[in-house]
Write a protein that binds this ligand. Structure first.
Ligand code: SF4
Ligand code: SF4
Length: 223
């Protein structure tokens, strides 16, 4: 179970500035049970965006947005709607946004922040791809998490040590910031790199005390 909360409305509108046509994607997995990206929330987001003057080219809820193959196959029937959109608003956790962004060559905006469960973390198959930082940066980085893709977790990279696309600390590993650069270049979004990302509030990575007292947390911690 991965917990998420919706980003502030102003932040979502800010991501969509200059874009008129939006495709909305929701997730019937953890985002649905978090109340952030299930059918009800997708419908509500559609309504609000239309009120804000955006054209919604299509909206869809997929069982698990963290499954790249599933995302690709389910979106096949909506190819035209996705093509007509300037971007995709993805209403789910950081792992789901990363999977969608890797599956579709289109700007993807995260509508949610993934928040800490106090120890249980979301997993990409085979590796850690989200640290549940509580303030998702994937909009600025082409859908690649700088906290996990960069060995130093730099949020304003690269560090200068990258060589031939590899990390200076681990020559076997691709430099996360080079991957981010290439992804943004492919999507004509290199201007995103001009934004200085302010130091993160790392206290947001702590599980909030209210959540620690819920039965959901107790279930996550039980054997
Ligand atoms: S920036 Fe990375 S760690 Fe933070 S919520 Fe997004 S994917 Fe997770
Ligand atoms: S070489 Fe790239 S991945 Fe490695 S620490 Fe520097 S910016 Fe991060």
């Amino acid at each position: 179970m991965i917990l998420s909360e919706q980003k502030p409305w102003e932040e979502i509108l800010d991501y969509l500035a200059g874009e008129n046509n939006v495709f909305i994607l929701g997730c019937n997995g953890c985002a649905q049970s978090s109340g952030t990206g299930g059918p009800l929330e997708v419908e509500e987001m559609k309504r609000k965006l239309e009120e804000a003057g955006k054209k919604i080219t299509g909206a869809m809820v997929i069982d698990f947005l963290c499954q790249k193959a599933l995302v690709k196959s389910r979106l096949r029937a909506r190819t035209q709607q996705v093509e007509d959109a300037d971007s995709i608003l993805v209403m789910t956790c950081g792992i789901g946004v990363q999977a969608v962004s890797a599956a579709i060559n289109k700007a993807c905006h995260p509508a949610c922040n993934t928040i800490s469960l106090g120890g249980s973390r979301g997993e990409w198959q085979g590796e850690e791809r989200c640290l549940e930082c509580g303030d998702c940066l994937l909009d600025y980085t082409g859908g690649i998490c700088p906290l996990t893709a960069c060995t130093k977790g730099l949020i304003n990279g690269p560090c200068g040590g990258t060589s031939r696309g590899k990390c200076e600390l681990d020559p076997e590993k691709d430099c996360g910031w080079e991957l981010i650069y290439e992804r943004l270049k492919q999507r004509n979004q290199l201007d995103k790199l001009r934004k200085f990302i302010a130091p993160k509030d790392y206290s947001k990575m702590m599980a909030n005390p209210k959540m620690l007292s819920t039965s959901r947390y107790a279930l996550e911690q039980s054997d």
